[in-house]
Ligand binder design. Structure first.
Ligand code: 3HC
Ligand code: NAI
Length: 698
């Protein structure tokens, strides 16, 4: 065995050389890996190896370029292209042995091997698009040549990882092996020996033309594909750039296609979208870490879950647990509400099955894991109980008193409250250390964010368990502290205040929504209100025309559910149209409030919606409610549709420049009242010092 660099070594077995990469945690292509790969190829050939196997130690094959090197700063080393050329042009068969995930640059390396042998559980993908990039090491030219254009388009614009069945069918894998990494090594060595004995050709993917030739001249294929992803990829540059590279693979010789890839890759790499998306990649992972909770803190072994309330949230929460095989007991106040809630859950599963996102038999399997009841005593054996009843402190406190009586010692008691004080809820129990907030987002079975809310007395184990169980059910978790609305809703309230104000001053709901939609949000605040229902929390008896929303409710406008809200909805297509009646009601209301109307510019709409959020985010950091600035961005990207290519409100403010943001907040604060315009001292200080919100840590 010979060490080539700190992370790559060369071994020999009979006449076969093994280049082994060991660069934990994910064998990313750091400079010493590239150098080791390059040196290993040259040395193996010089030593007279008959074949070469590339294999990785640890949990995975190469999972991509080392993203942390993208900003620069890595020592000079062999380029990835040199290492790839050494593989592709080797005079003996080169076999990539793949386990775990061959992603991005990792797959691009494997595409330069002459053959690929994979463990059955391996996954393959080019996820660069999720970093605002395209595969920059020949993947855009080689993948379509190997798997064909339709599959390459789909894989590269979605970043989806494919399994070995698809990989075999598409030619990405030549052989699939069952067992562990020892079995993989043995199979790759056998494959290598056979390749030598049988004189198998040294296949260079770059030289293949059949699959790309099939669609040459078929512009319609690209037009149709672009149309099919237009809605999902609105605002993002990278998907379109990936498509252009595949067009080049089809229409130009390999080397010219590579030049297109290089040019577009560099453009993306130096642009703001990829900077935001790469920042976000690390932000999401940083959010898992809670500074005062040791990594080895014991967590509860959650084998059963209770959910109280089978309404909008309870049903979705229950699905999350059933989806990963954890049995759920869901309790409602009466049979009718329970039946209604369970029927919605079944319908959701049936819809997923009809769309093909789960197999048909999963509907009954998952429903079989959800037991309904009207008796909270059935929570007695649950490891975790999540309360999702109406948003009412007295009700929640009375329920937690009961849960305290019923649940077994040590069970985790969580509330899905969206704004209430977890400490006040915990205080009514004899075990506040077991109580925590778990704020899911609607629809809870779909939305990725889980805002965990740590109470003053939540134990380390409960805090660690909330993060661990969140991960297990597929959520992106952020731990926050107690305050009204926590991180997400507290900032949302600020946006809402200004949006509501501006429609009195003369902006229309459609204008405000359009500005935010164009910024990249899936919808604006007024469309969102219509979707949620204008009458949430509204009571006819007490309604006093004190807000536009009350006025609209009084005029029978309930939102999308009755086709009339801030907009009027087409009964067939549900398409919204601005309604002159609403605009008149708003004008009348403005007059009654003594607000003079004027034209409000789009820039003002955007600034007044977003700057108070940034200011509030800084206050949240100052108060220690969020652990780090980047956590706030994770909340907004995953919970509220902040466009990830703008990184989140903290990253966005930094990218504008905090001094400019502060100047604007001061300017608006001089003419508008409200605490949300009072400048956060932290924000002022960071602006003075040239600091950044996204890097701020408590
Ligand atoms: N570069 C640097 N660090 C990376 C990395 C990468 N490509 N991929 C993962 N890491 C780090 C993570 O930051 C994390 O670090 P931490 O423990 O200090 O927080 C650690 O590795 C483990 O990552 P995960 O927590 O994500 O581990 P999982 O087991 O959940 O997932 C994975 C593993 C599927 C490999 C996932 O990490 C992943 O998707 N990684 C990114 C893959 C990717 O995007 N590759 C393409 C890179 S761009 C590229 O290759 C350009 C090329 O075309 C030129
Ligand atoms: P919902 O009104 O749809 O459902 C509440 C359910 O609780 C109803 O089915 C009701 O019958 C049941 N319930 C009430 N009292 C009960 C009791 N004593 N015992 C058993 N069941 C009882 O409300 P939704 O929207 O699901 O909200 C639930 C909680 O989740 C609230 O705290 C809310 O703030 C929070 N939340 C709501 C979000 C949303 O978008 N709807 C998002 C995030 C959190």
């Amino acid at each position: 065995m010979a060490a080539l660099t700190e992370s790559v070594r060369l071994e020999t077995e009979a006449d076969v050389a093994l280049i082994i990469i060991d660069n934990p945690p994910v064998n990313a292509l750091s400079w010493h890996v590239r150098q080791g790969l390059f040196d290993g190829m040259n040395q193996a050939v010089a030593d007279g190896a008959q074949a070469i196997v590339l294999i990785c130690d640890g949990r995975t094959f190469i999972a991509g370029a080392d993203i942390s090197e993208f900003g620069g700063g890595a020592p000079e080393a062999a380029s990835l292209a040199d290492a790839q050329a050494a593989m592709e042009n080797a005079p003996v068969p080169v076999i990539a042995a793949i386990h775990g995930t061959a992603l991005g640059g990792g797959l691009e390396v494997a595409l330069c091997a002459h053959y690929r042998v994979a463990l059955r559980s391996a996954k393959f993908g080019l996820p660069e698009v999720n970093l605002g990039l395209l595969p920059g090491a020949g993947g855009t030219q080689r993948l379509p040549r190997l798997v064909g254009v339709p599959k390459a388009l789909e894989m590269m614009t979605s970043g989806r990882h494919i399994g070995t069945d698809e990989a075999l069918a598409g030619g990405l894998a030549d052989e699939v092996v069952d067992g562990d990494t020892d079995a993989l090594r043995a199979a790759a060595l056998t494959f290598a020996t056979q390749a030598v004995e049988q004189g198998m050709p040294l296949v260079k993917v770059r030289d293949r033309d059949d699959k790309v030739a099939e669609v040459r001249g078929n512009d319609q294929l690209f037009a149709d594909f672009r149309a099919s992803i237009a809605r999902k990829t609105r605002g993002f540059l990278a998907p379109e750039y990936n498509i252009r590279c595949i067009e080049a693979a089809v229409n130009q010789p390999f080397d010219e296609g590579m030049a297109v890839e290089r040019k577009l890759f560099l453009e993306l790499m130096t642009g703001p979208q990829s900077a935001a998306q790469r920042y976000y990649f690390f932000a999401e992972r940083a959010a898992n870490k809670i500074p005062d909770i040791a990594k080895d803190t014991p967590v509860l072994d959650i084998q059963s879950c209770g959910v109280l309330g089978a309404g909008t949230m309870g049903g979705g929460i229950a699905m999350n647990f059933a989806n990963v095989g954890i049995p759920v007991t869901i309790v409602e106040r009466d049979q009718e509400a329970l039946d209604r809630g369970l029927a919605v859950v079944r319908k959701n599963y049936e819809r997923s099955a009809s769309r093909g996102s789960i197999p048909p038999e999963a509907v009954d399997e998952r429903m079989g894991l959800i037991a309904g009841s009207t008796d909270k005593a059935d929570f007695a054996d649950c490891d975790i109980v999540i309360e999702a009843v109406f948003e009412d402190m007295e009700l929640k406190q009375s329920i937690f008193r009961e849960l305290d009586e019923i649940c077994k010692p040590g069970a985790m008691l969580a509330s899905n409250t969206s704004a209430l004080d977890i400490n006040e809820i915990a205080a009514v129990t004899s075990r506040p250390e077991s109580v925590i907030g778990m704020h899911f987002f609607s629809p809870a079975n779909v939305m990725k964010l889980l805002e965990n809310v740590r109470g003053e007395k939540s134990s380390d184990t409960i805090v660690a368990t909330a993060m661990a169980i969140g991960k297990r059910i597929g959520k992106v978790c952020v731990m926050v502290g107690v305050c009204r609305g926590f991180v997400g809703n507290r900032m949302l309230f600020m946006r809402r205040i200004e949006a509501d104000r501006m429609i009195l001053e003369g902006a229309t709901p459609a204008q405000v929504d359009r500005v935010l939609y164009d910024f990249g949000f899936p919808m604006g605040p007024f469309a969102m209100s219509d979707l949620a229902g204008l009458d949430i929390g509204w009571k006819e008896e007490t309604s006093s025309s004190s807000t536009v929303r009350e006025v609209l409710c009084e005029h029978g406008r309930r939102g999308q559910k009755n086709g009339r809200g801030y907009y009027t909805y087409d009964p067939e297509t549900r398409a919204p149209t601005p309604d002159p009646e609403v605009e008149q009601l708003i004008r009348d209301f403005a007059v009654s409030q003594g607000v003079e109307q004027r034209e409000v510019g789009d820039d003002e709409v955007l600034e007044r919606c977003l700057y108070p959020m940034v200011n509030e985010g800084a206050k949240i950091l100052e108060e220690g409610i969020a652990i780090r600035g980047s956590d706030i961005d994770v909340v907004w990207v995953n919970g509220y549709g902040w466009p990830v290519y703008r990184g989140g409100p903290m990253h966005w403010a930094d990218s504008i420049g905090l001094a400019d943001v502060v100047a604007k907040i001061r300017e608006y604060g001089d003419r508008l009242d409200g605490e949300h315009w009072e400048l956060s001292p932290l924000l002022a200080r960071l602006a003075d010092e040239g600091g950044q919100l996204q890097q701020y840590k408590n």
